[in-house]
Design a binder for this molecule. Structure first.
Ligand code: SAH
Length: 405
């Protein structure tokens, strides 16, 4: 086996806020590196005759400065850091040589050995930055970086805070947990959940997300609050606001997206009225993700130009706010939530409104979970086709296009 020489790299974090960084070359490598430089607050000066669309858009919106020409000696005079990323090794060499002469750090994208600095494979999670190199093997570094990122996100690597990151006073985050599979929460949602001191959870929020919380986190199970139809929501609001006013960071975790039939609006109002700082984190709604998980796109080019998400918890009739007749008269996709019980009456109302009784239907139960079950029928049979809570019911041409996953 080949003995590898010890790596002679000194890892360091550059604080680039307000500092000029010269990027030479406007191709895909520059395109990948520039966003992180901008995120670090650098003033990016791009020198390149051509640039990718993303880079030229950034230039057009003023986020970076673009000198649209070939590199010339002296371009790096005011730079603290240089990235040589053209597709011409001779140009990269000249850029690097100038940087070396000026004692500026320069990464050569084409030649790690000839670079006096390396870009490390980096990731950031919840305020922790990790950067990896692997002796000039970028794929190996990226693989380790990805493994560390996944472990941080999964909580397998603990990253406890030694000083509190949040200011005095509590706050609330209304977090959509996604349709069912714990992996389908957003990165932001997961990050906030990990910081939570109190979690007010929902029946449809994935249980695995609660299992990973520390023992010191108070979990308030909204489904177990003393029963009373009209007071449960008020109790949830009260618990959230109370804990936040005690100075705690509260995450209200809900299935799907909290603003899609999730009473997120009422929770937001309760926080705003109490003067509690509140953040809204969107989630993947089962109304779109449920059909998708069964291979049914809610729109498809050349097939439908609209989709409507309706709740079926109130049957068609004077109490319902849905105009079932005009939904029936249309030809777009209809996605029904909370409609298992009233599905027969809804199907009848849609057919009355003009929808073809043979319109394809898919019923996706427990979408994205290990219990996901998909059933097919036509609209006139919806009432007699087996369906159980929780299900998303998709009605329309997209449901009949026979895709099996
Ligand atoms: N805010 C949620 C919807 C809440 S209403 C969201 O955006 O997804 C509750 C209804 O959502 C259920 O009656 C069911 O119709 C649907 N639903 C939620 N999770 C589901 C899942 N995993 N599979 C199928 N339907 C689901």
């Amino acid at each position: 086996m080949l003995e590898e020489a010890p790596v002679s790299v000194y890892e360091v974090g550059l604080r680039l806020r307000g500092k000029t960084v010269l990027v030479v070359g406007g191709g895909s490598i520059a395109g990948r590196r520039v966003p992180r430089l901008l995120a670090a607050g650098a003033h990016v000066r791009l020198v390149a005759p051509e640039a990718t669309t993303t880079l030229s858009d950034l230039a057009a919106s003023g986020e970076l400065h673009w000198d649209r020409r070939a590199w010339r000696p002296g371009d790096g005079d005011d730079a603290w850091f240089v990235l040589a990323a053209t597709d011409d090794p001779a140009v990269n060499a000249a850029v690097a040589a100038e940087a070396e002469a000026r004692r500026t750090w320069c990464v050569r994208a084409d030649d790690a050995e000839a670079s006096n600095a390396w870009t490390l494979a980096a990731t950031e999670f919840d305020g922790v930055g990790v950067a990896v190199h692997a002796s000039g093997d970028p794929r190996r570094a990226a693989a380790v970086r990805d493994a560390v990122a996944a472990a941080l996100r999964a909580g397998e690597i603990a990253a406890p805070r030694t000083r509190t990151a949040r200011p005095e006073g509590g706050s609330v985050a209304l977090v959509g947990a996604g349709p069912g599979d714990a992996d389908l929460i957003t990165l932001r949602g997961l990050e906030l959940l990990r910081r939570a001191e109190v979690v007010v959870s929902d029946r449809l929020a994935p249980q695995e997300l609660l299992d990973m919380l520390g023992d010191d986190v108070e979990i308030v199970d909204a489904a177990k609050l003393p029963y009373g139809r009209h007071t449960t929501q008020e109790q949830i609001n009260a618990v959230m606001v109370e804990r936040a006013l005690e100075g705690k960071f509260v995450v209200r975790l809900k299935g799907g997206d909290g603003f899609v039939f999730g009473r997120g609006a009422e929770e937001l109002d309760a926080c705003l009225e109490a003067g509690v700082p509140v953040e809204v984190v969107p989630g993947l709604s089962s109304s779109i993700a449920g059909p998708a998980a069964a291979g049914v796109p809610v729109t498809e080019r050349g097939v439908v130009h609209d989709f409507t998400v309706a709740t079926g918890h109130v049957p068609p009739g004077p109490r319902s706010l849905v105009d079932w007749a005009s939904l029936g008269a249309g030809n777009g996709t209809i996605v029904l939530l909370m409609a298992v019980k009233n599905r027969a009456a809804i199907a009848a109302a849609l057919i009355d409104g003009g929808r073809d009784p043979r319109t394809p239907v898919r019923i996706v139960e427990s979408a994205t979970t290990k219990n996901q079950t998909v059933r097919e029928c036509v609209l006139s049979d919806l009432g007699v086709t087996e369906a159980h809570h929780p299900s998303v019911i998709v009605i329309g041409a997209v449901a009949g296009r026979g895709r099996e996953l």
